[in-house]
Design a protein around this ligand. Sequence first.
Ligand code: KIV
Ligand code: ZN
Length: 518
Amino acid sequence: MNVKNANNEIKIFDTTLRDGEQSPGASMNLSEKIRIAEVLEDMGVDIIEAGFPIASDGDFEAVNEIAKLVKGSIICGLARSSRGDIDRCAEAVKPAARGRIHTFISTSPLHMKYKLQMQPEDVHKAVIDSVTYARNFTDDVEWSCEDGSRTEHDFMCQTIESAINAGATTINIPDTVGYAMPSEYAALIEMVRNRVPNIDKAVISVHCHNDLGLAVANSLAAVQSGARQVECTINGLGERAGNAAMEEIIMGLLTRPDHLPYNVNVRSELITKASKLVSTVTGFAVQPNKAIVGANAFAHESGIHQDGMLKNSQTYEIMTPESVGLTESKLVMGKHSGRHAFREKLIELGYDLGDNSIQEAFKRFKQLADLKKDVYDEDIIAIVDDTVVRTNDTINLDKLEVLCGTEHKPPKALMTLNVDGEKISTEMSGDGPVDAIFKGIKYLTGFKPHLQLYQVHAVTQGTDAQAEVTVRLEENGKTVNGQGADTDTMVASAKAYINALNKLLIKRGRSAPSALSA
Ligand code: KIV
Ligand code: ZN
Protein backbone atom coordinates (compact mmCIF):
# COMPACT_ATOMS: atom_id res chain seq x y z
CA MET A 1 0.00 0.00 0.00
CA ASN A 2 1.35 3.39 -0.95
CA VAL A 3 -0.82 6.14 0.48
CA LYS A 4 0.90 9.49 -0.13
CA ASN A 5 -1.91 11.47 1.42
CA ALA A 6 -1.59 11.75 5.19
CA ASN A 7 -5.32 12.32 5.52
CA ASN A 8 -6.93 9.07 6.55
CA GLU A 9 -10.52 10.24 6.68
CA ILE A 10 -12.91 8.70 4.19
CA LYS A 11 -15.71 11.01 3.09
CA ILE A 12 -19.03 9.30 2.48
CA PHE A 13 -20.93 10.76 -0.48
CA ASP A 14 -24.45 9.40 -0.65
CA THR A 15 -26.21 9.42 -4.02
CA THR A 16 -29.39 7.50 -3.10
CA LEU A 17 -31.49 10.53 -4.06
CA ARG A 18 -29.75 10.99 -7.42
CA ASP A 19 -28.18 7.83 -8.86
CA GLY A 20 -30.43 5.68 -6.62
CA GLU A 21 -33.56 7.39 -7.85
CA GLN A 22 -32.46 6.76 -11.44
CA SER A 23 -33.36 3.06 -11.04
CA PRO A 24 -36.59 2.44 -12.93
CA GLY A 25 -39.51 2.48 -10.48
CA ALA A 26 -37.58 4.00 -7.58
CA SER A 27 -39.13 7.44 -7.92
CA MET A 28 -39.60 9.38 -4.69
CA ASN A 29 -41.64 12.47 -3.99
CA LEU A 30 -40.41 15.60 -2.27
CA SER A 31 -41.42 14.69 1.27
CA GLU A 32 -39.90 11.21 0.90
CA LYS A 33 -36.64 12.69 -0.33
CA ILE A 34 -36.58 15.11 2.58
CA ARG A 35 -37.16 12.28 5.07
CA ILE A 36 -34.29 10.30 3.56
CA ALA A 37 -32.01 13.35 3.52
CA GLU A 38 -32.75 13.98 7.19
CA VAL A 39 -31.81 10.42 8.11
CA LEU A 40 -28.60 10.71 6.05
CA GLU A 41 -27.79 13.92 7.89
CA ASP A 42 -28.41 12.22 11.27
CA MET A 43 -26.11 9.43 10.17
CA GLY A 44 -23.33 11.94 9.62
CA VAL A 45 -23.05 11.42 5.86
CA ASP A 46 -20.51 13.98 4.62
CA ILE A 47 -22.07 14.80 1.25
CA ILE A 48 -25.64 14.22 0.06
CA GLU A 49 -26.16 14.29 -3.70
CA ALA A 50 -29.79 15.35 -3.61
CA GLY A 51 -30.62 15.27 -7.33
CA PHE A 52 -29.98 16.44 -10.87
CA PRO A 53 -31.64 19.90 -10.89
CA ILE A 54 -31.87 20.35 -14.69
CA ALA A 55 -33.61 16.97 -15.08
CA SER A 56 -37.04 18.16 -13.89
CA ASP A 57 -38.76 20.76 -11.73
CA GLY A 58 -39.25 18.03 -9.12
CA ASP A 59 -35.51 17.34 -9.00
CA PHE A 60 -34.74 21.04 -8.73
CA GLU A 61 -37.24 21.47 -5.91
CA ALA A 62 -35.87 18.47 -4.01
CA VAL A 63 -32.27 19.71 -4.15
CA ASN A 64 -33.39 23.23 -3.26
CA GLU A 65 -35.57 22.19 -0.29
CA ILE A 66 -32.93 19.81 1.04
CA ALA A 67 -30.36 22.59 0.72
CA LYS A 68 -32.62 24.79 2.86
CA LEU A 69 -33.33 22.16 5.52
CA VAL A 70 -30.21 20.03 5.90
CA LYS A 71 -27.30 21.88 7.43
CA GLY A 72 -25.11 19.08 8.76
CA SER A 73 -24.02 17.66 5.38
CA ILE A 74 -22.71 19.22 2.18
CA ILE A 75 -25.59 19.35 -0.32
CA CYS A 76 -24.61 18.53 -3.85
CA GLY A 77 -26.41 18.73 -7.18
CA LEU A 78 -25.39 17.09 -10.46
CA ALA A 79 -24.86 19.00 -13.71
CA ARG A 80 -23.60 18.09 -17.17
CA SER A 81 -20.95 20.41 -18.57
CA SER A 82 -23.33 22.96 -20.11
CA ARG A 83 -23.87 26.36 -18.56
CA GLY A 84 -27.63 25.77 -18.42
CA ASP A 85 -27.12 22.69 -16.26
CA ILE A 86 -24.62 24.45 -14.02
CA ASP A 87 -26.82 27.55 -13.60
CA ARG A 88 -29.78 25.41 -12.55
CA CYS A 89 -27.63 23.37 -10.19
CA ALA A 90 -26.06 26.47 -8.64
CA GLU A 91 -29.50 27.96 -8.05
CA ALA A 92 -30.75 24.73 -6.44
CA VAL A 93 -27.84 24.38 -3.98
CA LYS A 94 -27.65 28.11 -3.21
CA PRO A 95 -29.49 27.96 0.15
CA ALA A 96 -27.14 25.24 1.45
CA ALA A 97 -24.82 26.03 4.34
CA ARG A 98 -22.25 24.16 2.25
CA GLY A 99 -23.21 23.53 -1.36
CA ARG A 100 -21.38 21.54 -4.03
CA ILE A 101 -21.71 21.48 -7.81
CA HIS A 102 -20.86 18.10 -9.32
CA THR A 103 -20.24 18.40 -13.04
CA PHE A 104 -19.35 15.56 -15.37
CA ILE A 105 -18.61 14.58 -18.95
CA SER A 106 -17.69 11.26 -20.54
CA THR A 107 -14.03 10.72 -21.34
CA SER A 108 -13.87 7.16 -22.71
CA PRO A 109 -13.31 6.74 -26.48
CA LEU A 110 -16.60 4.85 -26.74
CA HIS A 111 -18.68 7.49 -24.98
CA MET A 112 -16.98 10.43 -26.70
CA LYS A 113 -17.49 8.92 -30.16
CA TYR A 114 -21.01 7.49 -29.86
CA LYS A 115 -22.72 9.24 -26.97
CA LEU A 116 -21.26 12.74 -27.11
CA GLN A 117 -20.12 12.69 -30.75
CA MET A 118 -17.33 15.00 -29.71
CA GLN A 119 -13.60 15.05 -30.37
CA PRO A 120 -11.33 14.56 -27.33
CA GLU A 121 -10.01 18.16 -27.68
CA ASP A 122 -13.57 19.47 -27.42
CA VAL A 123 -14.27 17.30 -24.39
CA HIS A 124 -11.07 18.59 -22.80
CA LYS A 125 -12.17 22.17 -23.45
CA ALA A 126 -15.63 21.41 -22.00
CA VAL A 127 -13.98 20.13 -18.81
CA ILE A 128 -12.07 23.39 -18.34
CA ASP A 129 -15.07 25.57 -19.25
CA SER A 130 -17.53 23.73 -17.01
CA VAL A 131 -15.33 23.62 -13.92
CA THR A 132 -14.25 27.25 -14.38
CA TYR A 133 -17.87 28.30 -14.75
CA ALA A 134 -19.03 26.25 -11.75
CA ARG A 135 -16.37 27.90 -9.58
CA ASN A 136 -18.21 31.22 -10.05
CA PHE A 137 -20.91 29.88 -7.75
CA THR A 138 -19.06 27.85 -5.12
CA ASP A 139 -15.53 26.89 -4.19
CA ASP A 140 -16.67 23.27 -3.75
CA VAL A 141 -16.70 21.78 -7.26
CA GLU A 142 -16.50 18.08 -8.06
CA TRP A 143 -15.63 16.90 -11.53
CA SER A 144 -16.30 13.36 -12.83
CA CYS A 145 -14.88 11.67 -15.90
CA GLU A 146 -17.86 9.49 -16.78
CA ASP A 147 -16.88 5.97 -17.89
CA GLY A 148 -13.54 6.62 -16.20
CA SER A 149 -12.61 2.95 -15.92
CA ARG A 150 -12.69 2.66 -19.75
CA THR A 151 -10.88 5.94 -20.39
CA GLU A 152 -7.36 6.05 -21.88
CA HIS A 153 -4.86 6.85 -19.16
CA ASP A 154 -3.14 9.73 -20.95
CA PHE A 155 -6.42 11.47 -21.64
CA MET A 156 -7.65 10.86 -18.11
CA CYS A 157 -4.51 12.42 -16.62
CA GLN A 158 -4.74 15.44 -18.95
CA THR A 159 -8.39 16.13 -18.14
CA ILE A 160 -7.93 15.64 -14.40
CA GLU A 161 -4.96 17.99 -14.33
CA SER A 162 -6.95 20.62 -16.24
CA ALA A 163 -10.03 20.16 -14.05
CA ILE A 164 -7.93 20.77 -10.94
CA ASN A 165 -6.25 23.79 -12.52
CA ALA A 166 -9.71 25.13 -13.34
CA GLY A 167 -10.71 24.79 -9.68
CA ALA A 168 -12.11 21.29 -9.09
CA THR A 169 -11.57 20.26 -5.47
CA THR A 170 -12.84 16.68 -5.84
CA ILE A 171 -12.02 14.40 -8.76
CA ASN A 172 -14.36 11.47 -9.19
CA ILE A 173 -13.30 8.48 -11.28
CA PRO A 174 -16.44 6.42 -11.93
CA ASP A 175 -16.68 2.82 -12.97
CA THR A 176 -19.88 3.81 -14.72
CA VAL A 177 -20.64 0.42 -16.25
CA GLY A 178 -19.41 -1.76 -13.37
CA TYR A 179 -16.68 -3.26 -15.57
CA ALA A 180 -13.55 -2.91 -13.44
CA MET A 181 -11.81 -5.58 -11.38
CA PRO A 182 -10.62 -4.59 -7.88
CA SER A 183 -6.89 -4.84 -8.66
CA GLU A 184 -7.34 -2.98 -11.95
CA TYR A 185 -9.38 -0.19 -10.35
CA ALA A 186 -6.92 0.16 -7.47
CA ALA A 187 -4.11 0.44 -10.03
CA LEU A 188 -6.06 3.14 -11.90
CA ILE A 189 -6.29 5.25 -8.75
CA GLU A 190 -2.60 4.64 -8.07
CA MET A 191 -1.78 5.67 -11.65
CA VAL A 192 -3.72 8.94 -11.27
CA ARG A 193 -1.96 9.68 -7.99
CA ASN A 194 1.42 9.04 -9.54
CA ARG A 195 0.94 10.80 -12.84
CA VAL A 196 -1.27 13.85 -12.26
CA PRO A 197 1.12 16.52 -10.95
CA ASN A 198 -1.47 18.62 -9.05
CA ILE A 199 -3.51 15.69 -7.68
CA ASP A 200 -2.60 16.64 -4.09
CA LYS A 201 -4.89 19.69 -4.52
CA ALA A 202 -8.00 17.51 -4.84
CA VAL A 203 -9.72 14.65 -3.08
CA ILE A 204 -9.95 11.50 -5.20
CA SER A 205 -13.43 10.04 -5.24
CA VAL A 206 -14.71 6.70 -6.48
CA HIS A 207 -18.13 5.84 -7.82
CA CYS A 208 -18.70 2.18 -8.65
CA HIS A 209 -21.63 0.42 -10.25
CA ASN A 210 -22.39 -3.18 -9.40
CA ASP A 211 -22.89 -4.88 -12.78
CA LEU A 212 -20.40 -7.63 -11.89
CA GLY A 213 -21.20 -7.52 -8.17
CA LEU A 214 -17.88 -5.79 -7.49
CA ALA A 215 -18.93 -2.23 -6.61
CA VAL A 216 -18.02 -2.47 -2.91
CA ALA A 217 -14.84 -4.49 -3.53
CA ASN A 218 -13.72 -1.96 -6.15
CA SER A 219 -14.49 1.01 -3.88
CA LEU A 220 -12.55 -0.46 -0.95
CA ALA A 221 -9.62 -1.43 -3.20
CA ALA A 222 -9.57 2.18 -4.43
CA VAL A 223 -9.55 3.45 -0.85
CA GLN A 224 -6.48 1.32 -0.20
CA SER A 225 -4.89 3.03 -3.20
CA GLY A 226 -5.57 6.52 -1.90
CA ALA A 227 -9.18 7.43 -2.78
CA ARG A 228 -10.66 9.48 0.05
CA GLN A 229 -14.29 9.85 -0.99
CA VAL A 230 -16.63 6.95 -1.70
CA GLU A 231 -19.88 7.48 -3.59
CA CYS A 232 -22.55 5.01 -2.61
CA THR A 233 -26.24 4.48 -1.95
CA ILE A 234 -28.37 2.95 0.79
CA ASN A 235 -29.18 -0.71 -0.02
CA GLY A 236 -27.00 -0.37 -3.13
CA LEU A 237 -29.93 1.25 -4.94
CA GLY A 238 -29.04 2.54 -8.39
CA GLU A 239 -29.23 2.09 -12.12
CA ARG A 240 -29.13 -1.49 -13.44
CA ALA A 241 -27.41 -3.60 -10.76
CA GLY A 242 -27.07 -0.53 -8.54
CA ASN A 243 -24.25 1.39 -6.89
CA ALA A 244 -21.86 0.44 -4.11
CA ALA A 245 -23.95 -0.17 -0.97
CA MET A 246 -23.17 2.37 1.73
CA GLU A 247 -23.85 -0.06 4.57
CA GLU A 248 -21.28 -2.50 3.16
CA ILE A 249 -18.66 0.22 2.71
CA ILE A 250 -19.17 1.50 6.27
CA MET A 251 -19.16 -1.91 7.91
CA GLY A 252 -16.18 -3.03 5.81
CA LEU A 253 -14.25 0.00 7.06
CA LEU A 254 -15.34 -0.48 10.66
CA THR A 255 -14.91 -4.24 10.80
CA ARG A 256 -11.50 -4.51 9.09
CA PRO A 257 -9.39 -1.60 10.40
CA ASP A 258 -6.39 -3.94 10.11
CA HIS A 259 -6.74 -3.72 6.31
CA LEU A 260 -8.58 -0.42 6.15
CA PRO A 261 -7.09 1.90 8.78
CA TYR A 262 -9.28 4.88 7.95
CA ASN A 263 -11.76 7.05 9.82
CA VAL A 264 -15.32 7.50 8.74
CA ASN A 265 -17.88 9.93 10.21
CA VAL A 266 -21.04 7.88 9.65
CA ARG A 267 -22.97 6.52 12.64
CA SER A 268 -23.40 2.87 11.71
CA GLU A 269 -26.26 2.40 14.24
CA LEU A 270 -28.58 4.27 11.87
CA ILE A 271 -27.94 1.91 8.96
CA THR A 272 -31.00 -0.29 9.60
CA LYS A 273 -33.30 2.72 9.91
CA ALA A 274 -32.02 4.21 6.65
CA SER A 275 -32.26 0.88 4.86
CA LYS A 276 -35.87 0.33 5.94
CA LEU A 277 -36.89 3.84 4.99
CA VAL A 278 -35.37 3.60 1.50
CA SER A 279 -36.89 0.20 0.89
CA THR A 280 -40.36 1.30 2.08
CA VAL A 281 -40.35 4.50 0.06
CA THR A 282 -39.11 2.92 -3.17
CA GLY A 283 -40.82 -0.46 -2.87
CA PHE A 284 -37.43 -2.08 -3.54
CA ALA A 285 -37.40 -4.97 -1.09
CA VAL A 286 -34.04 -5.93 0.39
CA GLN A 287 -33.12 -9.54 -0.40
CA PRO A 288 -33.05 -11.62 2.84
CA ASN A 289 -29.42 -12.62 2.41
CA LYS A 290 -28.20 -9.10 1.54
CA ALA A 291 -25.04 -8.23 3.51
CA ILE A 292 -25.60 -6.03 6.59
CA VAL A 293 -29.28 -5.15 6.03
CA GLY A 294 -30.89 -8.40 4.82
CA ALA A 295 -33.38 -10.01 7.21
CA ASN A 296 -31.04 -12.99 7.58
CA ALA A 297 -27.79 -11.04 7.85
CA PHE A 298 -27.62 -11.71 11.59
CA ALA A 299 -29.85 -14.80 11.83
CA HIS A 300 -28.32 -18.12 12.88
CA GLU A 301 -30.53 -21.01 11.89
CA SER A 302 -28.34 -24.12 11.90
CA GLY A 303 -27.82 -26.03 15.14
CA ILE A 304 -24.02 -25.91 14.90
CA HIS A 305 -24.04 -22.15 14.43
CA GLN A 306 -26.54 -21.60 17.23
CA ASP A 307 -24.47 -23.73 19.58
CA GLY A 308 -21.33 -21.74 18.72
CA MET A 309 -23.18 -18.44 19.11
CA LEU A 310 -24.39 -19.40 22.57
CA LYS A 311 -20.84 -20.25 23.67
CA ASN A 312 -19.32 -17.10 22.17
CA SER A 313 -21.08 -14.83 19.68
CA GLN A 314 -17.79 -14.13 17.88
CA THR A 315 -17.71 -17.72 16.62
CA TYR A 316 -20.06 -16.78 13.79
CA GLU A 317 -20.60 -13.04 14.15
CA ILE A 318 -17.97 -10.62 12.79
CA MET A 319 -19.97 -7.55 13.80
CA THR A 320 -22.78 -7.08 16.26
CA PRO A 321 -26.40 -6.53 15.21
CA GLU A 322 -26.43 -3.50 17.54
CA SER A 323 -23.61 -1.88 15.54
CA VAL A 324 -25.99 -1.54 12.56
CA GLY A 325 -28.94 -0.54 14.73
CA LEU A 326 -30.58 -3.93 14.78
CA THR A 327 -31.90 -4.38 18.28
CA GLU A 328 -34.15 -7.14 19.61
CA SER A 329 -37.73 -6.41 18.62
CA LYS A 330 -38.80 -4.44 21.64
CA LEU A 331 -42.20 -4.76 23.17
CA VAL A 332 -43.10 -1.13 23.49
CA MET A 333 -46.46 -0.38 24.92
CA GLY A 334 -49.88 -1.75 25.33
CA LYS A 335 -53.34 -0.31 25.20
CA HIS A 336 -52.88 1.39 28.56
CA SER A 337 -49.90 3.43 27.43
CA GLY A 338 -50.64 7.13 27.39
CA ARG A 339 -49.98 9.99 25.02
CA HIS A 340 -46.87 11.09 26.91
CA ALA A 341 -45.22 7.66 26.72
CA PHE A 342 -46.12 7.49 23.02
CA ARG A 343 -44.51 10.88 22.37
CA GLU A 344 -41.36 9.76 24.22
CA LYS A 345 -41.27 6.59 22.14
CA LEU A 346 -41.44 8.60 18.92
CA ILE A 347 -38.49 10.70 20.04
CA GLU A 348 -36.54 7.53 20.95
CA LEU A 349 -37.24 6.18 17.45
CA GLY A 350 -35.94 9.42 15.95
CA TYR A 351 -39.24 10.98 14.81
CA ASP A 352 -39.89 14.68 15.09
CA LEU A 353 -43.58 15.03 14.20
CA GLY A 354 -45.92 17.99 14.37
CA ASP A 355 -48.82 17.97 16.87
CA ASN A 356 -51.43 16.93 14.30
CA SER A 357 -49.39 13.99 13.08
CA ILE A 358 -48.69 12.86 16.68
CA GLN A 359 -52.42 13.07 17.42
CA GLU A 360 -53.26 10.98 14.37
CA ALA A 361 -50.47 8.46 15.00
CA PHE A 362 -51.56 8.09 18.65
CA LYS A 363 -55.14 7.38 17.54
CA ARG A 364 -53.81 4.69 15.18
CA PHE A 365 -51.62 3.26 17.94
CA LYS A 366 -54.61 2.92 20.27
CA GLN A 367 -56.64 1.18 17.55
CA LEU A 368 -53.73 -1.17 16.92
CA ALA A 369 -53.22 -1.92 20.61
CA ASP A 370 -56.88 -2.95 20.79
CA LEU A 371 -56.41 -5.39 17.92
CA LYS A 372 -52.93 -6.69 18.60
CA LYS A 373 -51.66 -7.98 21.94
CA ASP A 374 -48.02 -7.01 21.51
CA VAL A 375 -47.01 -3.72 19.93
CA TYR A 376 -43.35 -3.46 18.87
CA ASP A 377 -41.07 -0.65 17.72
CA GLU A 378 -41.57 -1.82 14.14
CA ASP A 379 -45.35 -1.41 14.55
CA ILE A 380 -44.93 2.16 15.74
CA ILE A 381 -42.60 2.90 12.80
CA ALA A 382 -45.18 1.46 10.36
CA ILE A 383 -47.95 3.57 11.94
CA VAL A 384 -45.87 6.73 11.74
CA ASP A 385 -44.82 6.05 8.14
CA ASP A 386 -48.43 5.38 7.26
CA THR A 387 -49.64 8.55 8.99
CA VAL A 388 -46.94 10.76 7.51
CA VAL A 389 -47.60 9.61 3.92
CA ARG A 390 -51.29 10.35 4.24
CA THR A 391 -51.32 14.04 5.25
CA ASN A 392 -53.42 16.28 2.98
CA ASP A 393 -54.51 13.46 0.68
CA THR A 394 -57.33 14.31 -1.73
CA ILE A 395 -58.59 10.73 -1.91
CA ASN A 396 -59.08 8.75 1.32
CA LEU A 397 -60.50 5.37 2.22
CA ASP A 398 -63.66 5.74 4.26
CA LYS A 399 -65.03 2.17 4.44
CA LEU A 400 -64.11 -1.19 3.02
CA GLU A 401 -65.80 -4.56 3.26
CA VAL A 402 -64.50 -7.55 1.33
CA LEU A 403 -66.40 -10.77 0.70
CA CYS A 404 -64.13 -13.63 -0.30
CA GLY A 405 -63.32 -17.25 0.47
CA THR A 406 -64.83 -20.50 -0.77
CA GLU A 407 -68.42 -19.25 -0.43
CA HIS A 408 -67.96 -15.96 -2.25
CA LYS A 409 -67.17 -16.46 -5.89
CA PRO A 410 -66.26 -14.06 -7.37
CA PRO A 411 -64.86 -12.03 -4.47
CA LYS A 412 -66.53 -8.70 -3.95
CA ALA A 413 -65.38 -5.36 -2.49
CA LEU A 414 -67.86 -2.83 -1.10
CA MET A 415 -66.21 0.50 -0.54
CA THR A 416 -66.70 4.16 0.17
CA LEU A 417 -64.04 6.70 -0.69
CA ASN A 418 -63.86 10.24 0.54
CA VAL A 419 -62.76 12.41 -2.36
CA ASP A 420 -62.09 15.95 -1.24
CA GLY A 421 -64.90 15.77 1.33
CA GLU A 422 -67.42 13.98 -0.89
CA LYS A 423 -68.29 10.34 -0.19
CA ILE A 424 -68.68 7.99 -3.16
CA SER A 425 -69.40 4.26 -2.95
CA THR A 426 -69.37 1.19 -5.16
CA GLU A 427 -69.57 -2.58 -5.10
CA MET A 428 -67.11 -4.37 -7.37
CA SER A 429 -66.16 -7.97 -8.05
CA GLY A 430 -62.78 -9.15 -9.28
CA ASP A 431 -60.54 -12.13 -9.94
CA GLY A 432 -59.44 -12.01 -6.32
CA PRO A 433 -60.16 -9.74 -3.36
CA VAL A 434 -57.25 -7.39 -4.13
CA ASP A 435 -58.29 -7.22 -7.79
CA ALA A 436 -61.85 -6.33 -6.69
CA ILE A 437 -60.56 -3.56 -4.42
CA PHE A 438 -58.27 -2.05 -7.05
CA LYS A 439 -61.01 -2.22 -9.71
CA GLY A 440 -63.44 -0.49 -7.34
CA ILE A 441 -61.00 2.32 -6.59
CA LYS A 442 -60.26 2.78 -10.29
CA TYR A 443 -63.98 2.89 -11.09
CA LEU A 444 -64.68 5.50 -8.43
CA THR A 445 -61.74 7.75 -9.26
CA GLY A 446 -61.59 7.34 -13.04
CA PHE A 447 -57.85 6.57 -12.90
CA LYS A 448 -56.57 3.90 -15.28
CA PRO A 449 -52.96 3.47 -14.22
CA HIS A 450 -50.84 0.47 -15.02
CA LEU A 451 -50.03 -1.65 -11.95
CA GLN A 452 -46.29 -2.39 -11.93
CA LEU A 453 -45.84 -3.81 -8.44
CA TYR A 454 -47.96 -5.18 -5.63
CA GLN A 455 -45.94 -6.25 -2.63
CA VAL A 456 -46.92 -7.32 0.90
CA HIS A 457 -44.52 -7.38 3.80
CA ALA A 458 -45.26 -8.38 7.40
CA VAL A 459 -44.01 -5.71 9.80
CA THR A 460 -43.36 -8.15 12.65
CA GLN A 461 -43.69 -11.90 13.15
CA GLY A 462 -46.94 -13.68 13.99
CA THR A 463 -50.29 -13.92 12.29
CA ASP A 464 -51.51 -10.73 13.94
CA ALA A 465 -48.67 -8.73 12.34
CA GLN A 466 -49.45 -5.53 10.48
CA ALA A 467 -49.20 -5.83 6.72
CA GLU A 468 -47.19 -3.17 4.93
CA VAL A 469 -48.24 -3.01 1.29
CA THR A 470 -46.43 -1.26 -1.56
CA VAL A 471 -48.16 -0.53 -4.86
CA ARG A 472 -46.30 0.89 -7.86
CA LEU A 473 -48.43 2.59 -10.51
CA GLU A 474 -47.47 4.04 -13.86
CA GLU A 475 -49.39 6.62 -15.87
CA ASN A 476 -48.02 8.21 -19.06
CA GLY A 477 -44.45 7.34 -18.16
CA LYS A 478 -44.74 8.68 -14.60
CA THR A 479 -44.20 6.16 -11.83
CA VAL A 480 -45.23 6.44 -8.18
CA ASN A 481 -45.01 4.16 -5.17
CA GLY A 482 -47.83 4.06 -2.63
CA GLN A 483 -47.66 2.57 0.85
CA GLY A 484 -50.29 1.38 3.30
CA ALA A 485 -50.12 -0.41 6.64
CA ASP A 486 -52.85 -2.16 8.59
CA THR A 487 -53.46 -5.38 10.48
CA ASP A 488 -55.94 -6.18 7.71
CA THR A 489 -54.02 -6.89 4.48
CA MET A 490 -57.01 -5.86 2.31
CA VAL A 491 -57.30 -2.49 4.06
CA ALA A 492 -53.50 -2.00 3.75
CA SER A 493 -53.78 -2.82 0.02
CA ALA A 494 -56.56 -0.30 -0.51
CA LYS A 495 -54.63 2.37 1.40
CA ALA A 496 -51.45 1.71 -0.61
CA TYR A 497 -53.34 1.95 -3.93
CA ILE A 498 -55.05 5.17 -2.83
CA ASN A 499 -51.75 6.60 -1.59
CA ALA A 500 -50.23 5.95 -5.03
CA LEU A 501 -53.23 7.65 -6.71
CA ASN A 502 -52.78 10.71 -4.50
CA LYS A 503 -49.16 10.89 -5.62
CA LEU A 504 -50.24 10.56 -9.26
CA LEU A 505 -52.69 13.42 -8.72
CA ILE A 506 -49.80 15.61 -7.57
CA LYS A 507 -47.77 14.49 -10.58
CA ARG A 508 -50.65 15.46 -12.84
CA GLY A 509 -50.09 18.90 -11.37
CA ARG A 510 -53.54 19.33 -9.95
CA SER A 511 -54.76 18.30 -6.56
CA ALA A 512 -58.39 19.31 -7.15
CA PRO A 513 -60.91 16.50 -7.72
CA SER A 514 -61.38 17.68 -11.32
CA ALA A 515 -57.94 16.16 -11.93
CA LEU A 516 -59.56 12.80 -11.38
CA SER A 517 -61.11 12.89 -14.83
CA ALA A 518 -57.84 13.80 -16.60
O1 KIV B 1 -22.02 6.36 -13.01
C1 KIV B 1 -21.60 7.50 -13.31
O2 KIV B 1 -20.63 7.67 -14.05
C2 KIV B 1 -22.31 8.64 -12.75
C3 KIV B 1 -21.68 9.98 -12.96
C4 KIV B 1 -22.68 11.02 -13.28
C5 KIV B 1 -20.87 10.33 -11.75
O3 KIV B 1 -23.31 8.48 -12.10
ZN1 ZN C 1 -23.48 6.37 -11.41
